[in-house]
Each structure stands twice: as C-alpha cells, then as structure tokens.
Ligand binder design. Structure first.
Ligand SMILES: O=c1[nH]c(NC[C@H](O)[C@H](O)[C@H](O)CO)c([N+](=O)[O-])c(=O)[nH]1
Length: 154
C-alpha cells in the first residue's frame, strides 16, 4: 500500500507558524507566502496561530512547545539566516536546523524547515517571493501534506 498525505485534504487541520523577526524584510514575505498558501488550500484563519520569536535560534524551543501542546497538526518554521557580515552564520543556521528537527522528533508533530540560509540579502529576497519563488509558501504546502499524512495514516 502507498500511504501518502494530500494537499487537497487540509480542511479542519490546525497549524502553527513560528516566525523569526530577525531579517524581517525577508521573513515577513515568507510568512505572507505561507498564510496565502494555507488560505488557497482552504485552511481557515482560526486554524492558524502565528508566533513571533526574536531570531532563528529561538525557533526550535517554541516549535517543540507548540508541538507538545497537542493543538497543531503541523508547525511551519520560518526564518532567514543571511551570511552577510555576521560571524556566527554557521552557528545560527546549524542551530536553527537542528532545533527544528529536534522539535519534530521530540514532539512527534511535523515541524517544517522554512528557514532560508543564504549568502546575501538578494538571494534571500529572491526566495521570499522573488524570481526563485517563496520558501514560506512551499513550507506551508509541505505542512499540509505532512499533517494529512499523519491525520489519515499514522
Ligand atoms: O534569524 C536570524 N538570527 C540571527 N541571529 C540571532 C539569533 O537567531 C538569536 O536570536 C540570537 O543569537 C540570540 O539567541 C542572524 N544573524 O546573526 O545573522 C540571522 O541572520 N538570522
């Protein structure tokens, strides 16, 4: 048997979005992309909670807490780590990734990695609704598929 999720079965599923304020010029359009995608797939506004955190490093602990609350079917994690002139780019990028993965595994709720890790702001903006698409929208689609997979099959 093939057990799969389906993006056409989002009705009634509940989502949280954890979004970092750092590089808000990027994370805000990422968030808008995610929320627009949820609406396009008939996820009701009242079934989406948005939680703001200071930076991508803080996403993991919040995602895990939301996952353990039992209130959400999937959690979208949004951030933008830009190398630019920051010295601890690798520390933040790697910590964000392991934080989101740990939140998934520890809570058992799919936490979707929608954190951009880019060399410069142009790259980041291109992936936040520019010519390279919107990683926030992609993360929301992934969240719907994973939530429906868990809801119907796991
Ligand atoms: O989300 C980001 N946080 C960043 N730093 C803040 C970090 O996420 C934490 O908020 C901070 O270290 C306090 O814990 C970034 N840089 O440092 O460049 C970055 O590019 N993106």
């Amino acid at each position: 048997r093939h057990l799969t999720g389906s993006v056409t079965r989002a009705h009634g599923l509940r989502f949280a979005v954890v979004v970092a304020r750092f590089n808000e010029i990027v994370t805000k359009p990422l968030l808008e992309g995610a929320l627009g995608t949820f609406n396009n797939y008939s996820v009701q506004d009242e079934d989406i909670d948005v939680v703001w955190v200071p930076g991508s490093f803080e996403i993991g602990v919040v995602a895990e807490r939301l996952g353990k609350s039992g209130k959400y079917d999937a959690i979208v994690c949004i951030g933008a780590v830009v190398r630019g002139d920051t010295t601890h780019y690798d520390a933040v990028a790697n910590s964000a990734a392991s934080g989101v993965l740990s939140a998934s595994l520890n809570s058992g709720v799919p936490c979707i990695f929608g954190v951009l890790t880019c060399d410069d702001m142009d790259q980041a903006l291109n992936r936040a609704g520019g010519k390279s698409g919107n990683k926030g929208a992609e993360a929301a689609l992934t969240a719907i598929e994973m939530a429906s997979l868990f809801e119907h099959h796991l």
